[in-house]
Design a protein. Structure first.
Length: 307
């Protein structure tokens, strides 16, 4: 596929959108990849990293291997993701601590619209499809109700496996990799490492993510190749079930003291905005949810026009 410089700039911007979503513990960069039209190409490109690629590199040189990898696409997308993560980590952390309702409202509208977008890709609904939809929604909802681990583990081995597990969630539309890191008790150590430019810790997590990504992407590629319709149904249900995690208004049931001696929520449940303790910011929350919803509609329209 021949692409212009403008095309690659757009891919970088899509990568930045994915990175911004992945920083928030509840929103999946995979959702952004899907609605921005790069999801299947991303899976196919990642799956090209195998022994055949090494053979091509040895026999035909770097240029042929780079083309087989679809390297320009991956480089542009990953550049956008890392730019976003490194530049937005502190900002997202501040918003989560000071304006959480408004942030969750925007992403709730965005993810809600993405459900409609993914579901529209399903070409046929049958009994098995409905069953998969219900099961996947129930699984995702159950994951959102799990209690995060109280302890925060910073060992290299633990962070390696945390990165491998989280990356699987990151490329799945629905539950975010950041939320999985929260459940594992690894979110805080990793975010701190990014903010402090602790390259050693970041490298360990990155290596784990690479191992997880290369493994899981092949599974997804195979599912899209052989059972695309049911895979889309499953992903739709998974995103539906994940909405509970990003519902803006929460009631904190239990608290914990983190490693800095600060009291933070441990277990929360979704409640009505009218039962919310404090300012529910309902007007601006609705506006931001509509903005997020409309953003997806605009992206979809642009994708259709490009096709």
């Amino acid at each position: 596929m021949e692409r212009t410089l403008k095309d690659y700039i757009v891919i970088v911007l899509k990568g930045m959108s994915m990175g911004a979503a992945d920083v928030v513990p509840g929103v999946s960069g995979g959702t952004i990849a899907f609605i921005s039209g790069v999801y299947e190409e991303l899976l196919n490109s990642i799956s090209n990293i195998n022994l055949k690629l090494l053979k091509t590199l040895k026999n035909e040189g770097f240029a042929a291997a780079w083309k087989q990898l679809n390297g320009n696409f991956l480089l542009a997308l990953l550049t956008g993701i890392f730019i976003s993560i490194l530049s937005l980590a502190k900002l997202i952390k501040w918003i989560l601590e000071n304006k959480p309702v408004l942030l969750w409202s925007f992403f709730f509208g965005l993810v809600l619209a993405s459900i409609l977008y993914i579901a529209k890709q399903v070409t046929k609904w049958d009994t098995l499809g409905v069953f998969l939809l219900i099961i996947s929604a129930a699984v995702a909802y159950f994951i959102t109700t799990l209690n995060p681990l109280v302890s925060e583990n910073s060992s290299s081995v633990f962070l390696f496996f945390a990165g491998a597990i989280a990356i699987c969630a990151m490329i799945l539309p629905g539950i975010s990799g950041a939320f999985i890191l929260v459940l594992l008790g690894a979110y805080k150590p990793i975010l701190t490492a990014v903010n402090n430019r602790d390259l050693g810790t970041v490298a360990v997590v990155g290596l784990g993510a690479i191992v997880g990504l290369l493994s899981f992407s092949r599974i997804l590629k195979w599912l899209f190749a052989h059972y695309k319709n049911y895979t889309l149904v499953f992903l739709t249900g998974f995103v539906v079930g994940s909405l509970n995690k990003i519902w803006p208004w929460k009631e904190t049931l239990t608290w914990r003291i983190n490693s800095h001696g600060i009291k933070v929520p441990l277990k929360q449940q979704s409640i009505s905005p009218f039962s919310f303790q404090g300012d529910n910011q309902l007007f601006f929350s609705i506006l931001l949810a509509i903005l997020g919803f409309c953003l997806i509609l605009v992206l979809e329209k642009l994708a259709v026009e490009k096709k």
